[in-house]
Design a protein around this ligand. Sequence first.
Ligand code: FAD
Length: 368
Amino acid sequence: MVAPVVVIGGGLAGAAAATRLARTGQAVTVIEREGGPHEKVCGEFLSVEACQDLTDLGLPPEHLGAVAIDRLRVLHGRHSVEAPLPFVARGLSRAILDEALLEAASQAGAEVLRGVRVTGLDGTRVLTSAGEHRAAHVMLATGKHDLRAMPRGAPATREGYVGFKMHWRLSPAALTALGSAIELVLFGQGYAGLQRVGAAEANLCLVVRRSHFADLGGTWEALLAHLLLEPGLASRLADAQPLLAKPLAIANLPYGHLYQPRSDNDAVWRLGDQAAMTASLSGDGMAVALRSATLAADLFARGASAAQFHRQLAAQVGPQVRRAMALQRMSERPLALRLGLRAARFWPALLTHGAQATRLPAYQTTKV
Ligand SMILES: Cc1cc2nc3c(=O)[nH]c(=O)nc-3n(C[C@H](O)[C@H](O)[C@H](O)COP(=O)(O)OP(=O)(O)OC[C@H]3O[C@@H](n4cnc5c(N)ncnc54)[C@H](O)[C@@H]3O)c2cc1C
């Protein structure tokens, strides 16, 4: 039997696309390798655009227990600069968010297969750990993980990035000091973000150059000890209890990736990180993933091709990706970082402007 649309990967992009497609009456199957709720490496900062998209889907993040984040505090050594965000963002655990999205897809009528791993793709033949699906259309939404048959970018290098995440129960004093801010600790070879994701729970997510991680000894313990040399972070994590059995880690992050269709006959629709991966520093990766889902469902319903979708997506998200990547690179240049922070101490609104400048523009309906 041929399944009309098969979505590979039931993360943000895959589950959101399946929900939207199913609501238009389209038969759709989502294949997700994880059998139940699971955490992912992510800062869990839901930008205003991501919140809007989720609300449009009928999942306002505040109804899922998300907490408000409305300030940005940048820490570097003994220096700290703070300013209001130009919007209210939210902090929410990915285990809760992704599960709610898959549930929405199922309620909309999508067939959701859990605990099934896609092992290969041959045209529109989808090979899985539980047999084969023949699809009329395939949407690839496996996030940062490439299917072997569908590689995305350049191989890993020593200068690539590694990401980590750990949830903590903070002390009451640290929770109060953190407040409703996202704290960005810039340590030169990467950065860490700390923010609340629940009443007493905070997420520490960080990105570090692979070479720096190796030089520090190549273990989470060594990396954390190094990070705790930053006084701001050390005071927040004093007396904190780790809430995950071990930190989550992911290597070879293809930052800056923007998929360009190879030909007009491209058969596969790439969604989320498979289509575009913006700098995490901008906190807009989830918004990009959700945008790809909205645009894909919209264009699919209007009979567009995968290549048309990819071109329109690149036009909508490309400028954000380029600006965010420029900011991320700047945060790693010692002189630019020092000058930027000095300027922000005199004029904190610079942070607010920086946050505004890396937003995704409003959704545009385009001609097919
Ligand atoms: C360190 C870091 C920090 C970040 N912080 C933020 C932030 O604070 N705010 C923000 O907006 N964005 C952030 N992002 C970006 C954000 O996490 C991603 O852009 C977003 O998760 C992409 O969604 P996706 O649906 O493409 O992929 P994912 O959410 O990763 O979903 C992919 C899904 O596919 C499944 N899958 C993979 N392979 C297979 C297979 N073979 N078979 C079946 N299923 C499969 C996986 O299990 C997963 O559920 C961050 C990213 C990193 C790396």
